[in-house]
Design a protein around this ligand. Structure first.
Ligand code: SF4
Length: 236
């Protein structure tokens, strides 16, 4: 029998209660999680390199490439003295090699001026080359143990389907999405909730063909309920 994961949360009056969502996600994740090498990585560098490589690229592609990259560049130090031409060549199989090589070099060289220590505040992180709001959250979550949501289009899709549409087009500034995402990870296992959302978005809550019948969130999901009502109307 599946053990239901119970979560403790501090309620926020301005966003929907998310404890049921977090609990269902963590319970589902125990059975359906995808295993990727970076999920068991021990160093901050290994975790963040994976996040940087994963941008605009499928996890399966990076999964096959991850150790090749780490073998040649095992640290920020080694990356900061890399030749751009070698980095481009190495990155070619995963695409976007010019941008990636430029970004990885700029970031590692900026970090060399900070003794290769990633800052622990959002403000300082977002001043670094290549560090977006999402990447700053990833660093705070995975390297500094903060309860930060990895809010991207996938997490936004799930939250909007469950709770209703955002108010602003840009995810980074939408107050409801931001608050709801923050509330969802305000649990003992924020990394688990984030990875559960990623996996659910990749396997079940697909952009064009959501598999609501297999989804742990279907009973609380507005989108699934609307689908169910229209199917019922068609039947009557
Ligand atoms: S019930 Fe359907 S729409 Fe709602 S989160 Fe699950 S898969 Fe997505």
């Amino acid at each position: 029998m599946t053990k239901v994961v119970k979560v403790r949360q501090v309620p926020d009056e301005e966003s929907p209660s998310t404890s049921e969502l977090s609990s269902k996600l963590l319970t589902w994740y125990e059975l359906h999680r995808r295993d990727f090498p970076w999920r068991s990585a021990s160093s901050c560098y290994e975790k963040i390199i994976a996040e940087l490589l994963l941008q605009r690229t499928q996890a399966v592609t990076i999964s096959n490439f991850y150790y090749t990259f780490l073998q040649e560049f095992p640290s920020w130090e080694s990356l900061s003295v890399a030749k751009e031409s070698r980095l481009r060549e190495l990155l070619k199989p995963i695409g976007l090699w010019r941008q990636r090589a430029r970004m990885l070099l700029s970031l590692s060289r900026a970090l060399s001026e900070m003794e290769f220590r990633l800052p622990s505040t959002r403000e300082a992180l977002e001043r670094l080359p290549g560090i977006s709001q999402y990447m700053a959250s990833a660093i705070l979550l995975l390297c500094h143990g903060r309860k930060e949501p990895l809010l991207d289009v996938n997490m936004a899709r799930i939250l909007e389907r469950v709770y209703g549409p955002r108010k602003l087009a840009d995810i980074r500034y939408d107050p409801l999405l931001q608050k709801t995402a923050r509330s969802a990870v305000n649990v003992d296992d924020p990394v688990g909730v984030n990875w559960a959302v990623m996996d659910l978005a990749a396997t079940t809550c697909l952009q064009n063909t959501p598999k609501c019948l297999e989804c742990p969130l279907s009973e609380m999901c507005q989108f699934a309920q609307r689908l169910e009502s229209s199917a019922e109307e068609r039947r009557t």
